[in-house]
Design a protein around this ligand. Structure first.
Ligand SMILES: NC(=O)c1ccc[n+]([C@@H]2O[C@H](COP(=O)([O-])OP(=O)(O)OC[C@H]3O[C@@H](n4cnc5c(N)ncnc54)[C@H](O)[C@@H]3O)[C@@H](O)[C@H]2O)c1
Length: 676
């Protein structure tokens, strides 16, 4: 756990707790002992603290947050380090995160290799740096930089760390740790962070609030971070540290931190597939083919190009091909204008793209992703053609949103090589990929799909075949009920507001406007049988026609539409219905509880492996607020009995074939029973 090496008068204390040198109870105990022993050892003049392996330390052991505190507390160890009469130097390589960086902040000097990264990501887990980070960092780097690091949780690189005063000097990467030891040897006196004053800057908090207020409005942790940093200016350090501890203790047991921890572990769990051994072989993917250069094909291709993987993209017509490729270039160039890419990187990515009208050009691809119209006949025809030209062992994937991967695979002579790779729009940005496992999908094809998604920065979740897989299937009851409630008397604004107040980036009707009201429409303007038909016939196809459930201006800002209100009134009258007041509570039950209910069915049917996978789908595919953990976690928090009772209350309105998922009913019974 802790190793020591004496180099004449410099003692190296090395944190060796693979894989990330987490500061769990055993490490803390051993570290404390090593520090104490060094204090009493006359041979030791200077102490150098570093991590073994690839990094300094990734910080606390998060699994301890749900348990009562044990062993030496990190803040106490850091206080001992800071109080040491012998100089203690932190030598950082790889990363120093969270408690790892706080440990370094308590040291008297800090060195880093040029590739090192340092950060305090606690806020992303709903907490704050609780081992002095909020008091010591501002003393070293000033308020602006400290607020940015602590409230965003984003790490900084070594050169920024040097410029802001977080580290004292950079040391040679190749000669690490020897170069750090040589530097440590010349230090003769401790220099304590606590003795410094935070540079007074009265405007820093106002500036920060002006830039960030909206983003953090509903979040506990960033607000507590700011309060703690304020204390670094206003209070003596020991009082500041005490306040930090108090705020930490409040946050760590709070609902938001619990949800964020759930999200953290859920993401890791999603990578594991129960019946797929970890050592399942992967197929090498050096070249990717994409069929269709529309909304999805273009975005999907960009992921691979950005990761340095060549893409052959096939279209039906020159016009569609040019349009698709032009849009990809425009997207890259927009990123370059925002400073996210260099012009060279744009050219490099576009240089890896081979646009073509020749289907046969896909013959040498290791993976081919089909992203053409959502039509089974078209998709089967394409897969039959692919079967004839794809090389043996090539993986054949469909980006279908709803259709059966098994039926698509049946059009080939090699269903074992077929799977779904369901990206979310915009595909170059959204992190979710549902990896759809067909009846015949081979293990190595599934394992390759999961790994490949991760290699392009996505979060893959495995799903079995059903209509809409995990995410879109759960959208169905939400959408149906949103449409129904419009006729019953709710307005689009009311339904959407319930969702945005909840923390969703947009409501169900705003989402339909974004995706296209015309999706799934029969395209006959004279056949008006539903609200969707009426909107589409009136040219209200959503944001793309600047009119959908809302009117949109040039900047795509929505305003309520009197025309839509009229269409709804007309429809209601035609159906012989009278508008009634609909409560927000009914909207929650019919659009959120129904999703939970569908999620429970997905679990029962084995479509989703585990409840937390469903949460990841919603966090990364639809912007479910992370501090509410995902729909299944949220349902557990509010109580399944509440969900079931809400569903029962509106059961006769939710839909003709509505039924409560037996799993949900059972678990709610257990919840209510006094024995559990
Ligand atoms: N748009 C979304 O939000 C979204 C999200 C996830 C998944 N999907 C799915 O992705 C697929 C594509 O959707 P989209 O929104 O990109 O559609 P789109 O209409 O924007 O693009 C489809 C493209 O495929 C091309 N195409 C059609 N047949 C072809 C053929 N035989 N060979 C080559 N190219 C052909 C068309 O010319 C068109 O450019 C659908 O299955 C859809 O359900 C869409």
């Amino acid at each position: 756990m802790i190793e020591t090496k004496l180099h004449e008068d410099v003692l190296e204390i090395i944190i060796a707790n693979a894989p990330v040198n987490a500061l769990g109870a055993a490490v803390r105990g051993a570290l404390s002992q090593a520090i104490d022993a060094a204090q009493g050892d006359d041979q030791v003049k200077v102490i150098l603290l570093r991590g073994a392996g690839k990094l300094f330390s990734a910080g606390a052991d998060i699994s301890e947050f749900d348990q009562p505190p044990t062993g030496c507390a990190l803040p106490a160890i850091i206080d001992t380090i800071e109080a040491s009469s012998k100089p203690i130097v932190a030598a950082i390589h790889g990363t120093a995160l969270g408690g790892g960086l706080e440990l370094a902040l308590g040291c008297h000097y800090r060195l880093a290799t040029p590739s090192a990264k340092m950060g305090l990501p606690e806020v992303s887990l709903g907490i704050l740096p609780g081992a002095g980070g909020t008091q010591r960092l501002p003393r070293l780097v000033g308020l602006d930089a400290a607020l940015a690091m602590i409230v965003s949780g984003s790490p900084v690189d070594a050169s920024s760390a040097l410029a802001m005063g977080l580290v004292d000097r950079l040391v040679d990467e190749e000669d690490f740790p020897a170069a750090a030891i040589s530097y440590a040897r010349i230090l003769d006196a401790p220099r304590r962070t606590r003795d410094r004053q935070v540079a007074d800057d009265a405007g820093a908090f106002d500036r920060f609030a002006a830039a960030n207020a909206r983003r953090i409005e509903t979040l506990d942790a960033p607000k507590a971070c700011i309060a703690a940093v304020k204390a670094s200016v206003e209070l003596p350090i020991d009082e500041g540290l005490a306040l930090e501890r108090k705020l930490f203790a409040e946050l760590v047991t709070g609902a938001q931190a619990k949800a964020l921890r759930h999200a953290f572990f859920a993401e890791r769990a999603a990578g594991k597939i129960a019946d797929l051994p970890a050592d399942t072989p992967r197929r090498p993917i050096a070249k990717v083919g994409v069929i269709g250069a529309g909304t999805m094909g273009g975005g999907i291709s960009m992921n691979f190009l950005s990761a340095g993987i060549g893409v052959t993209i096939v279209e039906m017509t020159r016009e569609a091909l040019d349009r698709g490729v032009g849009l990809m270039r425009a997207n890259y160039e927009a990123s370059a204008r925002k400073g996210r890419l260099t012009i060279e990187e744009v050219e490099q990515a576009m240089g890896l793209l081979a646009p073509t009208l020749e289907f046969e050009a896909l013959g040498d691809c290791d993976l081919i992703i089909e992203a053409v119209y959502e039509n089974m006949e078209v998709k089967k025809e394409i897969f039959a053609r692919l079967d004839a030209i794809a090389k043996p062992g090539a993986i054949l994937a469909s980006n279908t949103s709803y259709l059966s991967i098994d039926e698509i695979a049946s059009a080939t002579s090699r269903p074992a090589d077929v799977l779904g790779l369901h990206f979310f729009s915009p595909a170059n940005i959204m992190k979710l990929v549902e990896v759809v496992r067909g009846e015949a999908t081979a293990d190595d094809v599934l394992a390759t799909g999961m790994q490949l998604a991760r290699s392009i920065g996505k979060v893959p979740v495995v799903a079995r075949v059903c209509y809409g897989f995990i995410g879109n299937r759960m959208l169905i009851p939400r959408q149906d009920n949103a449409y129904a409630m419009l006729l019953e008397g709710a307005t689009p604004e009311q339904i959407d507001r319930v969702h945005t107040d909840f923390g969703m980036p947009m409501g169900p009707l705003q989402m339909i406007d974004l995706a296209g009201v015309d999706i799934g429409w029969h395209r006959d303007v004279d056949r008006i049988e539903s609200l969707q038909d009426a909107l589409c016939a009136a040219g209200r196809w959503g944001q793309k026609t600047k009119a959908g459930f809302y009117d949109y201006d040039e900047k795509r800002k929505p305003t309520p539409s009197p025309a839509v209100a009229e269409i709804i009134d007309e429809f209601r009258a035609r159906a012989g219905m009278v508008a009634r007041a609909i409560s927000d509570e009914e909207i929650v039950a019919r659009t959120l509880y129904t999703m939970v209910n569908e999620g429970a069915k997905l679990l029962e049917e084995g479509i989703a492996q585990r409840a937390s996978d469903i949460d990841i789908v919603w966090l990364y595919g639809y912007g479910w607020p992370r501090h509410k953990g995902g729909p299944m976690f949220w349902a557990d928090e509010i109580g399944l009995t509440t969900v079931v009772q809400g569903l029962e209350r509106y059961a006769d309105r939710i839909g003709e074939d509505f039924s409560i998922a037996p799993l949900l009913a059972r678990q709610s019974d257990d919840e209510g029973s006094p024995t559990t």
